[in-house]
Design a protein around this ligand. Structure first.
Ligand code: ADP
Ligand code: MG
Length: 405
């Protein structure tokens, strides 16, 4: 990694602003899933051990946008939904340590921190300056701060005041431990992957994933396995009848272009050989597996079939690097999770045999968790959009702003 991490600098006695991702689901003041809070613990604990004075900051939901929507539609807006206070309480429990929360005189609160003390700011997005990357707001965030640490990979693709603006007002800006791990795994896969390198792409829309597909082809991934609804745009472009399966017609020329690019680069693209179909979206019944060639006009493809699962699993054998984004089918609806689960198992198996595996994307990570295989994957990326942009080869603003090694 060519960016400095919190371990590369001396933070003892310094006031350290840590941008964390505490955007957790909260219902009626109760945290429903604290994975993201736990994810930030290594960096926070390290800062405590080192004797830093810690200021934590995160966003939670989209309060101003939701408020505007509520006003326009005349529906109620509940400000209680957007406070990070429950998160501060949960963090205090996890650390068995006091976590001070933003009050009326924040400047004094931060100034009075002792070594190892923790202070948490209120939801950054309650101020319009955050998402606008307002210079004044960014300067205020840097008030009384010696060192900036970004540990929120999932928001690093957005140039906001707490991810980019603030770095113009703090001398030393480094990556936290979670961020460091993301950059190491994703950076290695992208820039110096051990081969064979196999990428698996799926999900609903080709248009979302085009930059990633092109970047992977450019980097000469050895094999590109394409499943999910995305495959139907490729099939339709090739002249197959795909019935009522999800297709992006305007992306068909692009699909053919991608196939040509892959061919020129010597990248093997594998598309499904069979799929699970139903008669209609509503109801989703009478499932059957059919060969791709025999799709009738009216059918809907919702998952890869068993032949494809076997072919894809075979393609993963011997892989040394695997990157996966996008489920193989409509995995939220059983039994259309079977294809995704079969691939998850194959990725886990390849990992056991020595591959470095990376899974990214909100739905893909949910599918891996659903399959109970998360601990069999080398790296579960915490970013959705950020992971995709990174894999597309873009420099994320929140990463680019950190000090080079
Ligand atoms: P990620 O969040 O991991 O990046 P995407 O958001 O791109 O993944 O894609 C996930 C969505 O794609 C899921 O909601 C899933 O139901 C849908 N999907 C995958 N295959 C199909 C299909 N054949 N038909 C309809 N939807 C599909
Ligand atoms: Mg998604």
């Amino acid at each position: 990694m060519n960016k400095k991490s919190i371990k590369d600098i001396d933070i003892k006695g310094k006031t350290v602003f840590i941008r964390v991702d505490f955007n957790v689901p909260i219902k009626d003041g109760k945290i429903e899933d604290d994975t993201r809070i736990r994810g930030a613990l290594p960096t926070i604990k390290y800062a405590i051990e080192q004797g830093a004075k810690i200021v934590l900051a995160s966003h939670l939901g989209r309060p101003l946008k939701d408020k505007k929507k509520a006003e326009e539609k005349g529906t109620p807006y509940d400000p209680a939904k957007y406070t990070l206070r429950p998160v501060a309480e949960r963090l205090a429990e996890l650390l068995e340590k006091e976590v001070a929360f933003e009050g009326k005189n924040m400047t004094a609160q931060i100034a009075s921190l002792g070594s190892g003390d923790i202070f948490m700011r209120e939801n950054l997005r309650l101020d319009a300056g955050e998402e606008k990357n307002d210079a004044e707001f960014a300067k205020k965030l840097a008030d009384g701060i010696d060192i900036y640490v970004n540990d929120a990979f999932g928001t690093a693709h957005r140039a906001h005041a707490s991810t980019e603006g603030i770095t113009h007002h703090v001398e030393t800006c480094v990556a936290g431990l979670l961020m460091e791990k993301e950059l190491e795994f994703l950076g290695k896969a992208l820039n110096s992957p051990e081969r064979p390198f196999v990428a698996i792409l799926g999900g609903a829309k080709v248009s979302d994933k085009i930059p990633v597909i092109e970047s992977l082809i450019e980097r000469k991934v050895d094999k590109l396995l394409i499943g999910g609804a995305m495959a139907y745009t490729f099939f339709k472009a090739q002249g197959y009848t795909v019935g009522k399966s999800l297709v992006e017609d305007e992306m068909m020329p692009k699909a053919l272009e991608i196939e040509a690019q892959a061919k020129a680069a010597g990248v093997e693209i594998l598309l499904p050989t069979d799929h699970q179909v139903v008669d209609s979206y509503d109801p989703l019944n009478s499932r059957k597996a059919i060969q791709i060639e025999f799709t009738n006009a009216g059918l809907v493809g919702l998952d890869i079939g068993p032949d494809t699962a076997a072919v894809f699993a075979n393609a993963l054998e011997g892989a040394k690097t695997i990157v996966w984004n996008g489920p193989m089918g409509m995995f939220e609806e059983k039994p259309f999770d079977e294809g995704t689960i079969a691939i998850a198992k194959a990725v886990a198996e390849a990992t056991e045999k020595g591959a470095t595996s990376i899974v990214g994307g909100g739905d893909s990570v949910a599918a891996i968790n659903q399959a109970g295989l998360a601990d069999k994957i080398s790296h579960i990326s915490t970013g959705g959009g950020a992971t995709l942009e990174f894999l597309a080869g873009d420099v994320l603003p929140g990463v680019g702003a950190l000090d080079d090694k």
